[in-house]
Design a protein. Structure first.
Length: 276
């Protein structure tokens, strides 16, 4: 679970895997079942300065040519070279976009839907969203029937983006919620995420049960997402949760709260392997 110079806690749920110079955080066993899935780290790219090194976000202020090379390396590292990549213009809302046809343009080119969750049943297509403190969630239906990726910050959490993604994946694939599996990636931890009373009020408006996750002027987004998934019907044993706080791992992860506007992003990526 660790690599050169990086030693993850023994209890960390994601595996740190190295593909050449690129380091990925991956849910154990998913690739063996025909699902390629990972959250990128900041290791293995070509960006410089505050964006060092694996920054896949064009909206962060980084050099576009370096971002494009980072994206190429990520797709290659995850084992999906040549696959089309579907992404979205993330707006911190609850909209879910179903990718029903393979994207014709490369990652990030052309007009992207305004959405914070992507769902597909198509093999050979990658879904990708970027995060830097918000919660990345990877979802898979059984038997290779479909996958989803979710970007859940406090606004999306309050609006119900995770619930909407679970329901759309179930609708698209015919799977029951208790057949789904989820992997909640690294996000800012509750000890590093103070929030005001207006944020607490927004969260509790649609999630009145989330008192513990919004207590003491702090927000526990990973635990909130786990509870949302379980309340939607996922089995507790089917929800994998990373214990890594983005703010506390500067050599491995980007953090907007730690680094400000000149911060890179991690990519949450998932796709169904092509059927031979």
């Amino acid at each position: 679970m660790s690599g050169p110079g990086i030693h993850l806690p023994a209890a960390e749920a994601f595996e740190l895997t190295w593909r050449g110079e690129v380091a990925l955080l991956q849910p154990p066993g998913w690739q063996a079942s025909g699902v390629v899935a990972a959250v990128s780290t900041r290791i293995g790219g070509v960006s410089e300065g505050a964006y060092r090194a694996m920054n896949p976000s064009l909206s962060s202020g980084d050099d576009p040519a370096r971002v494009e090379e980072n994206r190429r390396r990520l797709v290659l590292a995850i084992g999906a070279s040549g696959w089309p990549v579907a992404t979205a213009h993330q707006v911190h809302g609850k909209a879910v976009h179903v990718v029903a046809t393979p994207p014709e343009l490369a990652w990030g080119q052309g007009i992207s839907p305004r959405a914070d969750a992507l769902v597909t049943a198509l093999p050979g297509v990658l879904l990708a969203l970027v995060v830097a403190d918000c919660v990345p969630i990877l979802l898979r239906a059984p038997a290779g029937r479909g996958v989803a990726v979710v970007h859940a910050g406090w606004r999306g959490s309050a609006a119900g983006v995770t619930e909407a993604a679970v329901r759309e994946l179930c609708r698209l694939t015919g799977a029951a919620a208790d057949d789904l599996e989820a992997a909640i990636g690294p996000a800012i931890g509750p000890g590093c995420y103070p929030v005001g009373p207006e944020v607490r009020q927004e969260i509790l408006l649609n999630h009145p049960w989330a008192l513990a996750e919004t207590a003491d002027g702090r927000l526990d987004l990973p635990t909130l997402q786990r509870k949302i998934l379980e309340r939607e019907g996922l089995k507790p044993k089917s929800v994998l949760t990373s214990g890594l706080c983005t703010r506390c791992w500067p050599d491995l992860l980007f953090s907007y709260r730690r680094d400000g506007r000149a911060s890179g992003r991690m990519a949450a990526i998932i796709g169904l392997e092509k059927q031979e």
